[in-house]
Each structure stands twice: as structure tokens, then as C-alpha cells.
Design a protein around this ligand. Structure first.
Ligand SMILES: [Zn+2]
Length: 305
């Protein structure tokens, strides 16, 4: 199975590959619960996977941005190793995984922006009613750098945290409507992907949320001057085991993101990893490197709360 998964995560990693990986894992491990968060703009199911039955809920969210779909592959690879070790009753980084799964629940959404990831991987689908609009917004048929969802909304600017402030900035950034990146949408949570995730988080009782992006080898854990209790100690541990630098988001990156929403509206610790170093999209061949950098942090994150 490791070889099969490696082919999936190391290849093009589009929506078909994501679903193939999710099915292999959920068929193989009965304790891995698989459902859908909701459907994307283009009607694709967004898989969410749950491990464990404990009260404390830890969330791992990958691929808000289409051209950063390597983070989805990274989370599949993490799930694959976690499940194999948990099934064998093993410990890792000094943690007994059976105990972790009794006391905690891990929720993993490898790819939140399933449409954007597929568009960045394969281009806009020619048989879609959105094709002409997507090409118009993108300005070309090369979608390699596409970050937004299928309506041209940047999901990580669509959360209800600093939305109005960012909206005022948009014209100065040359953003007037839907496009490949940085357009925040008409209203907070206007998109099915963000709306469903926010409702899911509000309905449940998340303890902490970790969101993966690329790139920069940095960790964000504050929103403006806010930082929930316990976040500092966890951020320091995450920085230590990744070698990443603790930083505060600057400019446009400081508004409307999931980490901002979790800190400002839910009052819980939340972290953004900017994984790897280079120019987006990072080549899929960087996956082993990204996994080596983040592996200990991904495994030990639940034990920090
Ligand atoms: Zn990103």
C-alpha cells in the first residue's frame, strides 16, 4: 500500500488522485471515518477524515490554494503513516497513538479547495459552463498558478475576520473582482467551501486548528494583537520541531484567513504553516522534503493540547 500511496501523492495530485488515496486509506483502515464536508462550487465532494473518539478535537486543513495542492498530498502521506502505526499499536515521538486516539479526535481535510487544486493541476475543464469565465478571470489558459476556487474567490481571504478591512484594501492591490488569487469574495463565507468549514467548526468543539500552505518555512499563530492562551507554548514547540520561524503575517496575508477566524471568532489556538521554500507551485518532488520538515509537528500537534 505504501508504494500505491506514494504513486498517488508523488504524481500530479489532482482531484482523482486525492479521492483514490482517500478510498485506499478508508477501505484499509476501518477506524478511519470518511465523509464529505460539503460539495464544492463545481459539485465535487470535499473529503473529511476522522481518527479517534476523544473529546479534544484537532483539525488539519490542507490546500486552501490550488497551486499549493502539495499540502494535500502531505496530509495523505501523514494519514497513511499514522494509520499504519496506530494499527500496529506503535508509539512515535514518545507518544502512544492508541492513547492519543482515545483521548482525542483528529479531523483531516487534505484539500479544502478541491476545484482550485484540480484547475491548477489540469487546467479549466473545457466541458464546464465555467470554462470561459475561468479563462477570462485567469487571463490565459495556463492555470499553473491558480489559487482561488472555481468562482475566482481566494478562500483564505473569505473568512469573517478582518474581511471589511481587506475589502477596503483590494482596489489598492489592483483587485476588482474574481481572479486567480487574493479576491476575497462578495461577503464572508460566501463560498460553499468556507461556509461549510465554518459551520462545521462552530457546530463542533475544536481544540486547535492547523492549516497548511506553501511556502516560506514560517509559522503564523497570531491575528493582529490577538493570541489565545496556550498558543505561544505550542507555537514554540512547533517551531522547534520544524525548524520554521515564528512570524506574523504581513500585508494582504494578514486578513480574512482561517487562522484569523479561529483566533478572532472561535478564540482557539490556530496555526498556519508555510511549508517548504521556493516558488509556488513547489514541485511535487519536494514532497519528501516537506514531509521530513513537518512530520514531527504533525504527529505531536494533538499532544500539545
Ligand atoms: Zn496559501
Amino acid at each position: 500500500m505504501q508504494t500505491e500511496m506514494k504513486e498517488i501523492t508523488d504524481g500530479r495530485f489532482d482531484y482523482a488522485a486525492l479521492m483514490q488515496g482517500v478510498r485506499i486509506l478508508s477501505d484499509r483502515y476501518p477506524f478511519l471515518q470518511f465523509s464529505y464536508l460539503t460539495e464544492s462550487v463545481m459539485g465535487k465532494g470535499i473529503p473529511i477524515l476522522r481518527l479517534g473518539e476523544g473529546e479534544k478535537e484537532l483539525y488539519y486543513i490542507g490546500t486552501h490554494h490550488g497551486a499549493e495542492r502539495i499540502t494535500g498530498a502531505l496530509l495523505l502521506r501523514f494519514l497513511c503513516e499514522f494509520c499504519a502505526l496506530a494499527e500496529g499499536g506503535h508509539a512515535i515521538f514518545g507518544m502512544n497513538l492508541a492513547y492519543i486516539l482515545k483521548s482525542r479526535s483528529l479531523f483531516v481535510i487534505p484539500v479544502l479547495n478541491v476545484d482550485g487544486a484540480d484547475i491548477a493541476a489540469n487546467g479549466a475543464p473545457r466541458d464546464s459552463l465555467l470554462y470561459a469565465r475561468l479563462v477570462g478571470m485567469n487571463g490565459s489558459e495556463d492555470f499553473t498558478h491558480w489559487q482561488a476556487n472555481a468562482r475566482g474567490v481566494d478562500l483564505n481571504h473569505n473568512y469573517d475576520a478582518g474581511f471589511a478591512e481587506y475589502k477596503r484594501l483590494e482596489p489598492t492591490l489592483g483587485i476588482t473582482g474574481g481572479g486567480p488569487t487574493r479576491f476575497s469574495g462578495e461577503a464572508p463565507e460566501s463560498e460553499p467551501e468556507t461556509g461549510a468549514l465554518c459551520n462545521y467548526l462552530r457546530f463542533n468543539h475544536p481544540t486547535a486548528v492547523l492549516t497548511l500552505h506553501t511556502q516560506g518555512q514560517e509559522i503564523y499563530y497570531t491575528s493582529g494583537d490577538r493570541c489565545p492562551p496556550r498558543a505561544v507554548a505550542a507555537a514554540q514547540r512547533l517551531a522547534k520541531c520544524t525548524g520554521y520561524t515564528l512570524a506574523a503575517p504581513e500585508g494582504a496575508a494578514a486578513y480574512g484567513g482561517l487562522t484569523d477566524f479561529c483566533i478572532q471568532k472561535l478564540g482557539i489556538p490556530a496555526f498556519t504553516f508555510e511549508c517548504g521554500k521556493g516558488k509556488n507551485p513547489l514541485p511535487q518532488s519536494d514532497l519528501p522534503l516537506l514531509y521530513a520538515e513537518t512530520r514531527e509537528a504533525l504527529f505531536t500537534f494533538p499532544s500539545m493540547f
